[in-house]
Design a protein around this ligand. Sequence first.
Ligand code: SAM
Length: 334
Amino acid sequence: MATDATQRLTIHRVEAPERRADFAEDTREGLSGKPKSLSPKYLYDDLGSALFETITLLPEYYQTRAESEILEDQHEAILDSIPGTLRLVELGSGSANKTRVLIDTILKRQNTLEYIPIEISETTLENSSKDLLRWFPGLRITGFASDYENALGALARDYAAAKKIRTVALFLGSTIGNLEPEDRYGLLSRIRTMLEAQDALVLGTDLKKSLDVLIPAYDDALGVTAAFNLNLLRRINEELGGEFDLSQFEHEARYDEDHGRIEMHLVSKARQSVKISKLTMTVRFEKGETIHTENSYKFDPEQLSSMAQKAGFHLDRTWLDSKNQFGLSLFTAQ
Ligand SMILES: C[S@@+](CC[C@H](N)C(=O)[O-])C[C@H]1O[C@@H](n2cnc3c(N)ncnc32)[C@H](O)[C@@H]1O
């Protein structure tokens, strides 16, 4: 734990050796499996996080623009629906650029605000926190540089209740769509456990749409998403002593109609073997064999109500952007 000079920033960290052990263990398991896979949370090292921020600027990546539009247009309405003194907990906060409008509006309604970002990329968390603190003198930040699970476990729900502060959890960017259905309900239930009745969850979800729009959003003309995906192999090379030749793999984005999800894969261009020295393993690939690196589930607006109910929430309202591409929903804890 470290506190900065201003006493307004506290960051709780999972120690580096522990993080590295998790990455090593998960990589071993994922590359030993059939089919081969890696967890999308490992896409976000420092370089991966910077590449993701670049993706959000791409013309093909409509999601960030659509969700920003909703927040710009509806932030007053969203916050009017959650009266009282608030604190904000944000999962996978990233740059927190979209969160600014909410922080700004809350600070016009109350003098101070506690913001609790949970973000696996420590550098991203530190940079975005310092930036926010410069902008908002009334803000105090208690960040968790960790996985959602660790942080939610550590968050005390009694603290806010005792002070009669309502907690608003934010989960933006349709990051929920990166989780498998059972993990999605597991995480929503964990969030619910951290909340009191009448606390809220503001959840961003990408909606099902035409493949003409969907596929380019995950396979852009500049190749930034390809670099984001291939960076996972570079990370294995750097942190685990891998010997991946990145030119021998290519990025692929495909839509799985049955599951309603975009899948990202790394396709082996040739039959090859790759050593990973710190795992003392050699991984064999057939030509065309893939490593499945990320799913992004897409949702129907009708799904949202049952998703809320199943995890102990009530769906109060979903706001859509002007092109009906993205939904931002207000779930109230029951
Ligand atoms: C799709 S990005 C969204 C970022 C931002 N919320 C937005 O809407 O632009 C997902 C973010 O969640 C973080 N993340 C991914 N998996 C995570 C995990 N298991 N625990 C904590 N953070 C995670 C990533 O580092 C990244 O910043």
